[in-house]
Design a binder for this molecule. Structure first.
Ligand SMILES: NC(=O)c1ccc[n+]([C@@H]2O[C@H](COP(=O)([O-])OP(=O)(O)OC[C@H]3O[C@@H](n4cnc5c(N)ncnc54)[C@H](O)[C@@H]3O)[C@@H](O)[C@H]2O)c1
Ligand SMILES: O=P(O)(O)OC[C@H](O)CO
Length: 353
């Protein structure tokens, strides 16, 4: 099935870029790191895609049986996806590095590989969230942690790992201040199954990708409380407005907020049953305690950490975000899910903006 006929860019350096490509390293072999590795490996069988992991047993499964025994274990990975725990071995000779380590662990991880990663290897971050404590986005964490400016691009948008593994049509956006690098992302990733838009609006793409996870927690809570379709639609519409208010104050372009990384990912994560953030929200809405929910899952729900950061961003940018900040209050145990809904319903009646 060819979903998009024009899957390479007009200036098509795509074929030659793929032709020159020999090795890509992927940091983190969770669901999305694995899906990105497979998407790239499928572009060319001679391309080596190396996952840098922490667990030697997971590496063994990938290298010997082509199966990631911890994440997406039902899939057979292309044989040109390999894995190692050695950062030197993983990074040596790599022309690009995909970063798929959860945001809260990214600083420490990047510091640990700073000396091994050549300063000219572009990092393509797919992690969506804001760092607790600093409130920083990945575009700020990367240079901070490495202690230098590294070429970087940020890939975001509605993209469940499992659906990408199933080769279901997907659209993402690659953001970079360096337009040439953004175009390289199109050449690298575009395929009959994956469309890649580009933009220079890094802030917009990153903040939308982080905030939609918090809104997905709220959507899950509404689902878990069984409040109905009217409530869900009102909540998601209000959440979209709050994301727009904050993102635009931070410098995001309106086109980004209404694009794939904004509205597109909000729709996927708020309504899609595969969302981990939404699932955490559903369980909270049904009355489970956060600690219990987190202890029972091996996968990251980035919105849990990002929600706290949103409270301070609301203060810094002097913007009222009732839904997004209520999520933080529920997570902190300051409000029960029902109390949060009651408080939001009792807010003063407003004019739309
Ligand atoms: N899963 C998806 O569908 C999806 C889609 C788009 C973006 N993302 C984003 O990609 C990022 C990664 O998500 P995921 O789904 O792969 O998460 P995951 O929970 O499935 O896997 C996380 C991976 O990071 C590794 N990791 C955790 N702590 C680490 C540390 N301290 N040092 C090194 N590695 C560490 C884990 O071992 C694991 O391999 C997140 O920011 C997520 O929001 C996920
Ligand atoms: O499963 P979630 O909630 O982390 O969402 C995954 C992706 O961000 C969807 O685009």
């Amino acid at each position: 099935m060819r979903w998009s006929r024009a899957w390479r860019t007009a200036e098509d350096n795509g074929a030659s870029l793929i032709g020159r490509l020999e090795k890509v390293v992927v940091f983190g072999g969770g669901s999305f790191g694995t899906a990105m590795a497979c998407a790239l490996a499928s572009q060319k069988s001679q391309l080596k895609v190396t996952l840098l992991l922490r667990d030697p047993y997971v590496c063994k499964g990938i290298n010997e049986r082509h199966v990631n025994t911890r994440y997406l274990k039902e899939y057979v990975l292309p044989s040109n996806v390999v894995a190692t725990t050695s950062s030197l071995e993983a990074i040596q000779g790599a022309q690009y590095a995909i970063h798929a380590v959860p945001v809260q662990h990214s600083r420490a991880f990047l510091k640990s590989i700073a000396d091994v990663l050549p300063p000219d290897v572009p990092i393509i971050s797919v992690s969506k969230g804001l760092e607790m404590g600093t409130g920083k986005m990945m575009s700020e964490v990367i240079p901070d942690a490495l202690g230098r400016r590294q070429p970087a691009a940020f890939l975001s948008g509605p993209s469940f790992a499992k659906e990408m593994m199933d080769l279901r049509p997907t659209g993402v956006v690659a953001a970079s201040k360096d337009k040439k690098l953004a175009r390289e992302m199109q050449s690298l990733f575009a395929s009959p199954y994956l469309r890649v838009n580009i933009t220079t609006d890094v802030t917009g793409v990153e903040i939308c990708g982080a905030l939609k996870n918090v809104l997905a927690l709220a959507a899950g809570i509404v689902e878990g409380l069984d409040l109905g379709n009217n409530a869900m639609a009102a909540l998601v519409a209000q959440g979209c407005a709050e994301i727009r208010w904050l993102a635009e104050k931070m410098g995001a372009k309106p086109a980004t907020v209404s694009g794939l990384s904004g509205l597109g990912d909000i729709m996927l994560t708020c309504y899609g049953s595969l969302s981990r953030n939404r699932s955490v929200g559903v369980r909270l809405g049904k009355g489970e305690a956060l600690a219990e929910i987190l202890a029972s899952s091996s996968q990251v729900a980035e919105g849990v950490a990002t929600a706290g950061v949103v409270v301070s961003l609301a203060r810094t940018y002097r913007v009222s975000l009732p839904v997004l900040t209520a999520v933080a209050q529920v997570l902190d145990g300051a409000l029960s899910p029902k109390e949060a809904v009651f408080e939001i319903m009792n807010l003063p009646q407003i004019e739309e903006s």
